[in-house]
Design a protein around this ligand. Structure first.
Ligand code: ADP
Ligand code: MG
Length: 562
């Protein structure tokens, strides 16, 4: 078959340009990305072989090899994993399917300068393409396990790549980087240095569960090459005690499993002993992924059984409202053949889910108590998701309320918990008042808030769609009902309304004619026009019936297709 030349998809081309001109200062991470891909490929092959007896693949000695050729200035990362078919190479390497990367590029177009772009690379990560930070040409040779023909892919990163079918490719994938000249000004290290490669693997990939071997060179003419040296310890970090593992090691594991290049906000470890033994290492990212609220968001943890990778995105281990949590769970007594369907109903998995949920919530609680700034970040990024738990997880409702905080009329930047609200409200106040809306600004200017502000009564300002729902489900806090100030009649009489009962009746008589006329005129749009003690500045406001859907909730149901 002839060599075919293809153009990179527009987005891919942009990304490659960025890599070639490599504004990202930490170039060493290219090796982490290639080793991470190789490790994924080995996991996939081991699983495929387990599921399909007929698969014609060699799984006897799965490993990753690094090979340096000083003279040719190449570095090769080789695995004998799942490999890719001809079509897959075109799809996976030639285009950008990952939605995170699409988002990355959108932001990149808006980033004005190199520093901005560098920050973005660190945020999104670019996987395979990061090879072009250190190489001016990349060649990939691959054969999918079970297939006979292989594929060679090659590119200088400049707009086109070539594909060619080959007859004699070994199973798996090898990626060969033709290295740019080392350049200390540009932080481009000499990646033909054995010492440098060892250091990078140790730093970024030590925990990889497959051996990463450095293929030795022959010491002299005619000598046998030295035995390959395994560079990584392969120690499962989740099985080690916390004081044996450095923060950096945890962070690198996080980056491998999440494909996020930033450090996580929080690391949570759990080692459960007893009849059903398991270890978990969970991470709260420092930023919410942009697709957290979309239908196809991939949630779930990595599941291992006795150190063997079983599946990605195992949803059964955490409830949907903790879908932003990443991590690994390694169970001792599950079958290696366990399927998603079985997991959904497994009693042990359910127990694990309960315990992991409590553990995550407990760590948020201590974050809130000990580190206000970090908790602030957490709540800004994930508060809207966590609040879904107030609706769906009645067992943990109290724990969730304890870490949920809300904007309030009592301070621009202040956020309060219901507990704090209740503590400072006057004894005679009958309810916890709140108002929902699309943004703080729209609520702040709403006529509903006026009377409350005038009287110094605190109102919670709720702006997430889920707020409409949880306030109804939770209903009350410490015996005080949660009351929307935009619904039904609110009697603020006891709280500083100066008008007497008599005065109000007199007013009502005086205005009866006008109100009747207005009700008639507006019959199409409103149920009733009545006098109100809520307003101080605005002449009128629209109030929903106590059991009506509010506009925001109507929007949310509509968006959900109901
Ligand atoms: P990510 O790893 O986040 O998916 P990458 O850019 O690192 O993104 O890789 C893109 C895709 O290319 C991978 O998802 C995988 O399907 C495929 N791929 C990359 N390297 C290998 C490899 N060594 N073996 C098999 N497939 C690979
Ligand atoms: Mg990758």
């Amino acid at each position: 078959m002839p060599t075919e030349t293809f153009e990179f998809q527009v987005e891919a081309r942009q990304l490659l340009q960025l890599m070639i001109h490599s504004i990202y200062s930490n170039k060493d991470v290219f090796l982490r990305e290639l080793v991470s891909n190789a490790s994924d490929a080995l996991d996939k092959l081991r699983l495929a072989a387990l599921r399909d007896d007929a698969l014609d693949a060699d799984v006897s000695d799965l490993h990753i090899e690094l090979e340096i050729d000083e003279e040719a200035r190449t570095l090769t990362v080789r695995d004998n994993g799942i490999g890719m078919s001809y079509d897959e190479v075109g799809q996976l390497i030639g285009t950008i399917a990952n939605s995170g990367t699409a988002e990355f590029l959108r932001e990149l177009r808006e980033a004005k300068d190199a520093a901005g772009a560098e920050g973005l690379i660190g945020q999104f990560g670019v996987g395979f393409y990061s090879g072009f930070m250190v190489a001016d040409e990349v060649t990939l040779l691959t054969r999918r396990a079970g297939e006979t023909k292989g594929t060679r892919w090659s590119s200088r990163g400049e707009g086109t790549y070539t594909l060619q079918e080959v007859d004699d490719a070994p199973q798996g994938t090898s990626v060969t980087l033709h290295l740019k000249p080392a350049d200390s000004d540009n932080q481009l290290h000499d990646y033909t240095s054995v010492w440098k490669i060892k250091e990078i693997v140790k730093r970024y990939s030590d925990f990889i569960t497959w051996p990463v071997k450095l293929v030795g060179e022959a010491a002299g003419e005619g000598d046998e090459p030295a035995e390959p040296e395994t560079l990584n310890s392969m120690k499962a970090l989740w099985a080690r005690s916390r004081d044996e593992v450095s923060e950096d090691e945890y962070h690198e594991l996080y980056k491998h499993i999440s494909h996020d290049w930033r450090d996580p906000l929080e690391t949570v470890q759990l080692q459960a002993e007893g009849t059903f033994e398991y270890q978990a290492l969970l991470f709260v990212p420092s930023h919410a992924p942009h697709d957290l609220f979309t239908q196809n968001f991939q949630r779930g943890l990595q599941l291992y059984v006795k150190r063997v990778f079983i599946m990605d995105d195992c949803e059964a281990l955490l409830p949907p409202y903790l879908r932003f949590v990443k991590g690994v769970v390694d169970a001792q007594d599950l079958s290696l053949n366990v399927s998603r369907e079985i997991l959904q109903q497994d009693r042990h998995i359910l127990m694990m889910q309960r315990r992991l949920t409590k553990k995550v919530l407990a760590s948020v609680k201590s974050m809130k108590a000990d580190d206000a700034e970090r908790y602030g970040t957490f709540w800004r990024e994930f508060g809207a998701v966590l609040k879904e738990g107030l609706v769906t997880d009645s067992d943990n409702r109290d724990a969730l309320l304890a870490v949920s905080s809300f904007a309030t009329t009592h301070g621009e930047d202040e956020q309060v918990t219901l507990e704090q609200y209740a503590q400072r409200m006057p004894d005679e106040q009958e309810a916890v008042y709140y108002i929902t809306g699309e943004s703080r600004q729209s609520i702040d200017n709403s006529p509903h808030v006026e009377a409350f502000r005038e009287r110094g009564i605190e109102v919670l300002l709720l702006t997430d769609p889920v707020d409409e729902v949880w306030v109804d489900v939770v209903g009350e806090f410490q015996g005080k009902r949660l009351q929307s100030i935009a619904k039904g009649e609110i009697d603020l009489g006891a709280q500083g309304d100066e008008k007497s009962e008599g005065e109000r009746e007199k007013q009502a008589e005086e205005f009866a004619g006008l109100l009747g006329w207005m009700t008639e005129q507006l019959a199409e749009d409103v149920k009733e026009v009545r006098l109100s003690s809520r307003l101080t500045v605005s002449p009128a406001c629209i109030v929903a019936d106590a059991d009506d859907l509010t506009p925001a909730l109507e929007n949310m149901y509509r968006a959900m297709g109901q």
